[in-house]
Structures are given as C-alpha cells and as structure tokens.
Design a protein around this ligand. Sequence first.
Ligand code: IPE
Ligand code: IPE
Ligand code: MG
Length: 236
Amino acid sequence: MEEKIPKHVAIILDGNGRWATKRGLKRSEGHKAGFENLKKLTKHIMTTGVEILSIYAFSTENFKRDKEEVDYLMNLFIHGFKSSIKEFNSYGVKVIFSGGREPLSNLVWESMKELENSTKDNTKGILNICLNYGGRKEIVDTTKKLIEKVINKEINIEDINEEVFRKNLYNDLPPIDLLIRTSGEYRISNFMLYNLAYSEMYFTDTLFPDFNSEEFDKALYDYSKRDRRFGGNKKQ
Ligand code: IPE
Ligand code: IPE
Ligand code: MG
C-alpha cells in the first residue's frame, strides 16, 4: 500500500500545565518540559517526510493568563530560541514565525528574528511557530494587507481569490493536511482557521510533554487510513 504522508502537519500543543500539576510541580515546569519535547519531536518529524510543521506556542488569548506565567513563557522563548539555534540548524530546519508584533517585548521579538535569520538557509523542512497568534486576527490582518495592495495598485480586486488570500496570510504555506491536538481537548482555540478548512483531525489524551515520536507515528498511521474527499465523491 502506498504510504500517505501529510505534507503540512499542525499541532496544538496542549496540556503542559496539567502535566506539571499532576507531578506536584509548578506550571512553568510543564512549559519547560514542553519546549524540550518540541525540539525532540521536530527532529523526528523532519525525518518522516513531513515538510512543514506548524505549532501553536502562544495564542493572542494566552495574554489573559497570570502575569507570572506569561512572563515565564516570554523568558522561555527568549532563552530557548537563542540556545536552540545550533540544534535547529543540525536538523536542517528553517524556523519561521506566524503572529503579530504587539504587545511582544523587543527582547522576544529580537530572539524570534535571530532564530529566523540563523536558520533561513536550511532546506530539510519548515517549522512554523505560531506565537502571539490568533486565527481570526490573521484573517483580518490579511484582509487589510490585500486592501492596501489594491489601493497601491499592486493587485486588482478581481484577481483576489482563495489561493491569493492564502498566499497573503502571515506566511505562504500550503493547507494543513493533519491537525493534532494533545491533552484530550476537542477544539481549535482560534488556531490556523483558514488553512484548517479541510484538514484531518487527530485528538489524543496524551499531555504534550509526553507526546513523543511513537505517539506522533500513531497519528501518522491513523492519517494514512483516512479517506479525504474534499467534498467530492471520490477518494483523493
Ligand atoms: C499549552 O499548555 C501551552 C500553552 C498554551 C502556552 P497549557 O499551558 O495550556 O496547559 P494546560 O492546558 O493548562 O494543561
Ligand atoms: C491553545 O491552548 C493555545 C496554545 C496551545 C498555544 P489553550 O490551552 O490556550 O486553549 P484553551 O484555553 O484550552 O481553549
Ligand atoms: Mg491548555
């Protein structure tokens, strides 16, 4: 049987807090373990034939959390991104970010730009980190971007179609083939709304810090048995 490997996989990495609480640890320990797991998982995923991995690291709504937790996460991003440049380069992965600038601090923003710049020539795969990301906001921002292009006569209004819209999102990425959410929650939580339109969904109770290579391979196997029809009546 021909193996079906998804080109673009997206993960809503959830359950870091519960993973820590279950062990009597602070929620921040769960975020630390989640970040370490993300690196290991990225290494593995880049060997499976998956070309693009989008991960939900921090939503626009996550700013509603206690200041202590938000501060911890921001520091984890600053130090974690800096210290993992070498590692991401060794996997051959190009890191890009999706999300807005405000209200991130300069230090967070600079660490994101540094990671992007330092990995930009890698060709083995793409890791798209969604940070300060909201799916509705992305659609609104893209609409504004296209209106500006029309005003500046860079594009004609008649030429805007679904594909042009997709290419003008924060990053020009193909639609998502497989969405995974860990921790037993069954919702999208404002993740990549536009590119998720026809994705296959995979939900697991495993908390993200425990979602290892074997768990990921189970999701790939599940995906390989799915029958994607895209609204038609034939297998695609
Ligand atoms: C996911 O883990 C990471 C982020 C949202 C930053 P959570 O922090 O949401 O963990 P739970 O859902 O509270 O267990
Ligand atoms: C979604 O997880 C956001 C990220 C994984 C970054 P949340 O834990 O914030 O989502 P809800 O609040 O359970 O919907
Ligand atoms: Mg959560």
